[in-house]
Design a protein around this ligand. Structure first.
Ligand code: NAD
Ligand code: DAU
Length: 351
């Protein structure tokens, strides 16, 4: 029996990790700790909430006393840490919120783990889920991010994630905390909050609303299906050596505008619109401040050492994803109502 604390489990990636662990490891007890910010949605976990090995705890990772209590009460011996503020545009508007959640929150979790595991670190593990954005931006087509690429974060979001990565390694080096760290590329799939490119654009195509393309749409992102990221976390959490870092990605780069055209074509086909019908929605808007040009992950180390590879080709993954958002209009309406809607309207009106 293992007691695993998953933070941010009500969010996009976290909910897929919780589902995988609850169903694949019935002997583990899974504690999902989430503050339920605008991005946290327990509807994402409806199918697992009745499982005997699952428990939800509402709480803030910045609350050190609560973290200490959780480690003591539930005898936590593994942490998979995903809770974070995750949207680059929001970090540009409010960097303090990102420093608080991503840096201070990670630090309080590390401190609680270090104290709780002081007797023995044997069999314990802190898995920190991070991003490829810590490496900064690539400026030519030949380069890829390797685990050895120097950190060069360019946005308040990536600076906060880089800082949290440094704290994790510092706790490993200074206190012997057993950790593993993963830096993943852009995820796509069901349950992503519709402020991010793919769900936002699918929803706008359905509603005939403008598709706000930042700059010329020439920035490149490297997309991985979210379930494959969850599978990679499972593999690394169980099989990696302490202190190791793995890049996670599927060698699947897309220029934003090309990806947007694929989304339009696929959504129009599914919706029964004539080909090219939603092209008119493409609206070029002011670029994101400090917009990183290109991300591309080299995940060879993960493949060679631990045998992980993506299970889904992009064509299949994007079709599945578009169908999911079109079929789950109620999920979309529920999550876009309330506080977030005001924020989105304000952001959108400024574009
Ligand atoms: P998300 O925004 O969908 O979910 C984040 C979750 O964390 C939400 O449920 C939210 O309620 C919770 N949370 C935020 N602040 C909290 C706090 N102070 N205490 C407790 N819970 C809190 O994010 P996501 O896209 O699922 O990303 C999850 C993690 O993976 C993040 O750490 C992110 O940096 C990392 N990551 C994301 C991607 C991606 O493409 N989305 C890629 C690589 C890495
Ligand atoms: O690379 C991993 C990162 O991917 C994660 O760490 C972040 O948490 C996650 O949000 C994601 O960051 P991006 O900034 O790459 O994702 P986003 O969906 O916001 O934007 C993807 C690309 O699309 C980016 O180049 C900006 C562009 N874009 C985005 C939005 C929301 C637009 O052109 N228009 C938009 O309206």
């Amino acid at each position: 029996m293992k007691n695993i604390l998953i933070t941010g489990g009500a969010g996009f990636i976290g909910s897929h990790v919780v589902r995988l662990f609850c169903t694949k490891y019935p002997d583990y007890k899974i504690y999902n700790l989430d503050k339920l910010t605008y991005a946290g949605n327990l509807e994402n976990l409806k199918d697992v909430e009745e499982l005997a090995n699952y428990k939800f705890i509402k709480g803030d990772i910045c609350d050190l006393e609560l973290m200490r209590q959780i480690f003591a009460d539930y005898k936590i011996d593994g942490v998979i840490h995903l809770a974070a503020e995750s949207h680059v545009d929001r970090s540009i508007k409010d960097p303090f919120a990102f420093a608080m959640a991503n840096v201070m929150g990670t630090l309080s979790l590390l401190q609680a783990a270090k104290e709780a595991w002081a007797g023995t670190m044997e069999g314990k593990r802190f898995h920190h889920v991070s991003t490829d954005e810590v490496y900064g931006s690539l400026h030519n087509e030949e380069e890829f991010f390797l685990e050895t690429t120097p950190y060069d974060p360019q946005s308040p979001y990536s600076a906060s994630k880089a800082s949290s990565d440094h704290f994790v390694r510092a706790f490993g080096n200074t206190y012997g905390l057993p950790f593993v760290l993963t830096n993943c590329s852009n995820n796509y799939g069901p349950n992503q909050f519709p402020e991010k490119l793919i769900p936002l654009f699918i929803n706008n195509i359905r509603n005939g609303k403008p598709l706000p393309v930042y700059g010329k749409g020439e920035n490149v992102r490297d997309w991985l299906y979210v379930v494959d990221h969850a599978r990679a976390i499972d593999t690394i959490f169980h099989d990696a050596k302490n202190g190791e870092t793995y890049n996670v990605g599927g060698f699947n780069e897309w220029k934003n505008i090309d990806l947007i055209k694929v989304m339009i074509k696929t959504a129009d086909r599914i919706l029964g619109n004539p080909e090219g019908y939603s092209d008119k929605l493409i609206t070029y808007v002011q670029d994101r401040a400090g917009h990183d040009l290109r991300y591309a992950i080299d995940a060879t180390k993960l493949n060679k050492e631990l045998g992980w590879e993506p299970s889904l080709q992009f064509e299949e993954g994007i079709e599945k994803t578009i169908r999911w958002y079109l079929d789950n209009e109620e999920w979309m309406n529920n999550i876009t109502s309330g506080e977030y809607e005001k924020y989105y309207l304000e952001m959108y009106n400024n574009k």
